[in-house]
Write a protein that binds this ligand. Structure first.
Ligand code: NAP
Length: 309
């Protein structure tokens, strides 16, 4: 029986593990199917983590976290939790291999995954020229032209990163104003090899047996179609939270969630189910920042220690 089961090994899960074990909990396991670090390890440029000096990659930022967070006894199990249920005061985690694990408390810190934009060819060419990770795949397009879809912080930051590797980046956005922070917009506009293709919808990404060879966009006002013959398309159109493990047999969720299935929590990261917490990007109103996710994890752990008495 675990005192605390942490689901997810990003900044929220790791920090919760650090605070829970350092705060005296003996039996704490973090379930993370991959290497701890979370989605931020796919980011290529970070400049707003307090205390950092200069630009860092997500990998560099997270490098020392697992070791520090595990030094007080946090265990890492490389496994995926497919469902969380509760009977009486005890939670049962069903793992992907069918095995079960009981726990007195649970923290969901599963974050989110890249959203699909929904254009023709997206599923067909995903992984064959369409990517959602510039740090992972940008290198394949060194010296070539690429297109990038989206107008938020992720899109513009990754456009700036790709502009350093690629000969040209077409920044394809459905409006002519961006959601990204003003300084990020400034960085993007300073890149001479980024061409803004705004007020367009993506009609289709096309290709052949080898992968993507281009995309067609439609100008909203004129209806004109423009062809961008690129071998790579990067999609950054937001993210969907990973809260499916809270789904019960009857399709309901173990605790209250909103329409986007983000977990509803209070200021102590408590859900409406005693002993069940959520932290980081998976919760409502998340600022989607590493520093905020880490703070959520710490906040939750402090209350979990009190809950377990
Ligand atoms: P986001 O802010 O939700 O932006 C998504 C962008 O994709 C929007 O510009 C949106 O267009 C566009 N879009 C959405 N669906 C689309 C579709 N089907 N087809 C074409 N375009 C579509 O997502 P994000 O950039 O991933 O950022 C998520 C959160 O993380 C934000 O809160 C952001 O501030 C934060 N973040 C922060 C940093 C940082 O602080 N350094 C870095 C990355 C992310 P519209 O604008 O027209 O809706």
């Amino acid at each position: 029986m675990l005192d605390l089961a942490i689901i997810g090994g990003g900044p929220a899960g790791l920090t919760a593990g650090l605070y829970a074990t350092r705060g005296g909990l003996k039996n704490v396991t973090m379930f993370e199917m991959g290497m701890p670090g979370g989605q931020i390890t796919g980011s290529s440029e970070i400049e707003n983590y307090p205390g950092q000096s200069g630009l860092m990659t997500g990998m560099e930022l997270m490098e020392n976290w697992p070791k520090q967070c595990q030094q007080f006894g946090l265990k890492h199990e490389m496994n995926q939790v497919s469902q969380v249920t509760k009977e009486g005061d005890i939670f049962t985690l069903t793992l992907i291999d069918g095995t079960k694990q009981e726990a007195k408390s649970v923290l969901l810190a599963t974050g989110s995954v890249p959203r699909r934009a929904g254009f023709e060819g997206e599923d067909k060419f995903f992984g064959r020229g369409i990517s959602t990770c510039a740090t992972c795949d940008g290198f394949f397009y060194k010296g070539k032209e690429v297109a990038l879809i989206g107008g938020g912080d992720s899109a513009l930051e990754e456009a700036v990163y790709l502009a350093k590797l690629c000969s040209k980046v077409y920044l394809v956005h459905r409006r002519d104003t961006y959601r990204a922070a003003p300084s990020t917009i400034e960085h993007m506009k300073a890149c001479e090899n980024i061409e803004e293709v705004t007020n367009v919808t993506v009609e289709e990404v096309y290709g052949d047996n080898m992968g993507v060879t281009g995309l067609k966009v439609k100008e909203k006002e004129s209806g004109d179609i423009r062809d961008l013959p690129v071998p790579g398309v990067f999609v950054f159109v937001g993210r969907d939270v990973l809260s499916d493990s809270l789904k019960q047999e009857d399709g309901s969720y173990l605790c209250d969630v909103n329409e986007q299935t983000e977990v509803i929590v209070d200021l102590k990261m408590r859900t409406n189910v005693p002993g069940l917490y959520a932290a980081g990007d998976v919760r409502i109103d998340a600022a989607k920042q590493v520093v905020c996710a880490a703070a959520d994890g710490a906040t939750a752990a402090v209350d979990i220690i009190e809950y377990l008495g």
